[in-house]
Design a protein around this ligand. Structure first.
Ligand code: KG4
Ligand code: ZN
Length: 332
């Protein structure tokens, strides 16, 4: 099955064509980073306008790179939410128009479920259930037990900031450019992670919290006269943030006897996270997406649709911010 996916929930316009949920024929991504950097963060209205400028070019480029005509596409998939509503609307309206114009079925995909399918795209044949999923992105921090395709139990979520948001805010405190996560990661490589003893929050819960950690960085900065030791702060912050998500994830996996763990979302590109996960491969089978599939892309949206194919009438598709699929909770 050949699916053309569209993603426009935040500051990346993306179009991909994926065959049978596993083979990426093209993965077009146009980042808006340069546009938003001068403002220190994503400006929603600018994001929508830029999606509008880019999306048709990306669709043409995707068909050209895959060397396909629209007739060869079996269906369309588009991110329905969560995200910036104006930005989402550009992708949705485009997908609806194409579905009508090309006479193809269309499915709306939840962005978070899309991130989960980045690992199915890369490692589909190796993944078995139950699967523990740690989703770490700019907007969410979720620990999810996945029982089968489409069946999830929410184990933990953040009580305040998302982990990527904490990386971005700490970068801002340190005067590092947007987006802060990759910049903190880069600085941390030459820093001492034991230089500052930042807190690991909620040690007894499977929920996450990052606002205390962010405030601890702020207070540490206030106490410093002169130029701050940026690399040491980045390394110590990163160590605390990554420790706290991994400790909870693997504590839960051990408690439930879950062998397979999937880490996904933008922060799964973090180099400390990835090296810590390599070390855990002896005890668990850990899946993390290749770097190009960690942050927002449309290949994961197309792959999710292939596994969960339930097309709807294109006219009925609207922005849908909540994820109705995560039901109940097994842990406190
Ligand atoms: O998944 P994503 O592209 O967008 C959302 O759905 O939110 O994630 C973006 C987030 C940003 O907060 C960004 O700073 C963070 O992922 N990020 C990183 C790294 N690369 C991206 N955080 C830490 N280390 C990285 N290497
Ligand atoms: Zn995302």
């Amino acid at each position: 099955m050949m699916i053309l996916g569209i993603e426009s929930s935040c500051d990346e316009t993306a179009v991909a064509i994926v065959r049978d949920g596993q083979q990426i024929l093209t993965n077009q991504i146009r980042s808006q980073i340069d546009l938003h950097r001068v403002h220190g963060g994503v400006v929603p209205e600018l994001a929508s306008r830029e999606h509008l400028n880019s999306i048709h070019h990306l669709i043409e480029a995707a068909l050209a790179e895959a060397d396909l005509s629209p007739e060869a596409i079996d269906g369309l998939a588009v991110t329905q939410g969560p995200g910036l509503s104006g930005a989402l609307l550009v992708g949705l309206a485009t997908a609806q128009s194409l579905a009508w114009l090309w006479n193809k079925p269309l499915m709306g995909i939840n962005h978070l479920e899309g991130h989960i399918y980045a690992n199915f795209l890369a490692f589909g044949d190796q993944i078995r259930f139950p699967l523990l999923v740690l989703l770490v992105s700019g907007g969410h921090t979720l620990l999810i037990e996945m029982h089968e395709h489409g069946s999830y139990t929410l184990v933990g979520t953040t009580r305040d900031d998302a982990i990527g948001e904490a990386f971005d805010k700490v970068a801002r405190l340190l005067g590092l450019p947007y987006p802060g996560g990759p910049e903190v990661d880069r600085q941390a490589r030459s820093g001492n992670s034991a230089a500052f003893d930042f807190p690991r929050s909620l040690p007894d819960s499977y929920d996450f919290s990052f606002s205390g950690l962010k405030t601890a960085v702020l207070y540490a900065l206030r106490k410093i006269d002169g130029p701050p030791p940026v690399a040491d702060i980045c390394a110590s912050f990163q160590q605390a943030a990554i420790d706290s998500v991994l400790d909870k994830t693997f504590r839960y996996a051990r408690a439930r006897g879950i062998q397979q763990v999937s880490i996904t979302g933008g922060v799964s590109a973090n180099s400390l996270l990835r090296s810590r996960l390599q070390a855990l491969q002896r005890e668990f089978e850990v899946f993390m997406p290749p770097l190009a599939l960690c942050t927002d892309n449309a290949a994961m949206i197309a792959a999710c649709a292939a596994y969960r194919w339930q097309p709807v009438s294109a006219l009925n598709l609207t922005v849908r911010p909540r994820w109705p699929l995560v039901t109940g909770t097994t842990a406190g």
